[in-house]
Design a binder for this molecule. Structure first.
Ligand code: ADP
Ligand code: MG
Length: 176
């Protein structure tokens, strides 16, 4: 029987908590995984990815790759590299999603995605075709607009990869 893993929603209340959450997720990430981040500008996609980078133990500061579109961070130990993509500038407003995926495919990502952990900001509707299975991470501001630094982060696992991965347990544990 195919197990369907339900979405997991958590709240972070600071950039540090967002990084801790990314670091926590990294514990379960392995080569070939695709993580698609969505959320408005300033939602915290890059901040979350910084935590993933820490958790993977990669080299180089994780900053927004908006102008370079993608950046590869090699692992400092024998772990997978982090391929960090910002899909915001791929294609134009008039191009269809097929075209944008082609452009993403055509990027010289300089690492085989099968061997890397790939995190794509603004990847919704763009990057799904890069793998059969993916983890969508949707970040929205606040719970209401009452708390300036609060973010609601919803993890939506898509595909058999996440069955038995213990995501809910991992992600809802107390943050350091
Ligand atoms: P994005 O990549 O989605 O455009 P960034 O991560 O670059 O967003 O920016 C998020 C901004 O919001 C940063 O200045 C960060 O310090 C701040 N911030 C405040 N609270 C949080 C939180 N809970 N999670 C993530 N970022 C937060
Ligand atoms: Mg960003």
């Amino acid at each position: 029987t195919l197990v369907k893993v339900l979405p997991v929603t958590v709240e972070t209340r600071s950039p540090d908590e967002a990084r801790c959450l990314g670091e926590r997720l990294a514990e379960t990430l392995r080569p070939g995984d695709l993580v698609i981040l969505s959320g408005d500008l300033g939602a915290g996609k890059t901040t979350f990815t910084q935590g993933v980078g820490v958790g993977l133990g990669v080299r180089g500061d994780v900053t927004s790759p908006t102008f370079v579109i993608s950046r590869v961070h090699p692992s400092l130990d024998d772990g997978p590299p982090l391929v960090h993509v910002d899909a915001y500038r791929l294609g134009g407003p008039s191009t269809g999603s097929g075209t944008r995926l082609d452009e993403l495919d055509d990027l010289d990502l300089d690492a085989s995605l099968d061997e890397a952990v790939t995190v794509v900001e603004w990847g919704e509707g763009v990057a799904e075709g890069l793998a059969d299975t993916r983890l969508e991470v949707r970040i929205t501001r606040g719970r209401g607009d009452d708390v300036e630094d609060a973010r609601t982060v919803t993890f939506v696992p898509v595909g058999a990869r996440w069955a038995g991965a213990g995501l809910a347990h991992l992600l809802t544990g107390a943050l350091a």
